[in-house]
Design a protein around this ligand. Structure first.
Ligand code: PHE
Length: 344
């Protein structure tokens, strides 16, 4: 019995199998109904108690060693089988990946930022949830001034002196620029703005602006006009003309609204320019001395101009989009029409 056990123990230790079939064969040979270890157990049953005591432990150890070894080989061979099996059918046709395109508002913003970068402007960003001071107070909107009604506001918190609100224009970023940047300042502020307006083809409660600010010694209205003209020609074409109409903003004096010549009908009159030959694109003016002083800038020494435009509106003119709501509906049939030069 002893030799038989030792011999089988050595056999178990040296056991190898190349695949699952060989493992099963080894299991049947050792532990199956007529297996060699099973046979030893049958023989053991007829032993006297003394002999049983002598061989019982060893025999059990042999059985455990054999079971463990078979289990181990089973796992190795099945893992190997899995690894070598083909994972996917390589002849299957692939799933097409649709290439996205930039949003028209994002394309226009990038174009405007690039133009002003060329003119030497920095880009500044600021918080969308702002305080009353940066959106109104510092921009010469006194408390209860009717001009605050021009920009119906979403308030986040009310009831104290400086309530929080969703910024109604990115002029608030210009205030932050005046507070922190060294003079002279040349900065543009692109960003999202919010106004409590009913949603229609021509108005939305969320839209995007790029506003600009230039402050230095001896900045004049002529500089403003030249900057806007250069911008308009870069944006809408070299033969674009501009027209300035008097307007009102609390933070600029004098203030002006700017139209560009209609690049669709070239002045003949069409339904985009409503027969006038002109399209309104932005508001601008000379920064009110009160605004400079509120941010600690000496208005006797420095002057400046500011301008602001709505990106949805510019994109509407550029691509003749007739309804503002298209920008926010995420309809791929609309969005996939806009490609930048690099995407075509
Ligand atoms: N902040 C103005 C608006 O949102 C635009 C503007 C900016 C006008 C700077 C003049 C100067 O309508």
């Amino acid at each position: 019995m002893k030799e038989a056990i030792d011999q089988l123990l050595a056999q178990v230790a040296a056991l190898k199998a190349a695949n699952e079939k060989e493992v099963e064969e080894a299991r049947v040979r050792l532990l199956g109904k007529k297996g060699e270890i099973t046979k030893l157990f049958e023989e053991f049953r007829s032993y006297s108690p003394d002999l049983k005591r002598e061989f019982g432990k060893k025999l059990n150890e042999l059985k455990q060693a054999a079971s463990a070894k078979i289990e181990e080989l089973k796992q190795c061979t099945s893992a190997a089988a899995e690894a070598s099996a083909p994972k996917q059918d390589l002849s299957m046709p692939g799933t097409p990946v649709q290439l996205g395109s930039r949003h028209p508002v994002s394309i226009v913003r990038q174009e405007i930022v690039d133009i002003f970068r060329k003119f030497g402007y920095d880009v500044a960003e600021g918080p969308e949830i702002e305080d009353d001071y940066h959106v109104f107070e510092a921009l010469n909107f006194p408390p209860n001034h009717p001009a605050r009604d021009m920009q119906d506001t979403f308030f986040v918190s009310t009831g104290h002196i400086n309530p929080l609100l969703l910024r109604t224009h990115t002029s608030s970023v210009q205030v932050r620029a005046m507070e922190t940047m060294k003079l002279p300042i040349r900065v543009i502020c692109p960003g999202r703005v919010f106004r409590n307006e009913a949603i229609s083809a021509r108005a939305h409660c969320i839209f995007h602006q790029v506003e600009g600010l230039y402050i230095d010694e001896n900045v004049t209205f002529a500089d403003l006009k030249q900057a806007i003209l250069l911008f308009a020609r870069e944006m809408f074409g070299a033969d674009t003309a501009i027209r300035m109409r008097p307007s009102y903003f609390p933070f600029t004096e004098p203030s002006s609204e700017v139209d560009v010549s209609c690049n669709i009908c070239h002045g003949k009159g069409c339904n985009i320019c409503k027969g006038t030959g002109w399209l309104e694109i932005l508001g601008c003016g000379m920064v009110d001395p009160n605004v400079l002083e509120a941010s600690g800038i000496d208005s006797k020494k420095y002057s400046g101009f500011a301008f602001g435009m709505g990106l949805e509106r510019i994109a509407m003119l550029k691509w003749q989009v007739n309804d503002l709501r298209h920008y926010f509906e995420n309809d791929l049939r609309f969005l996939s029409q806009f490609k930048t030069a690099t995407e075509v």
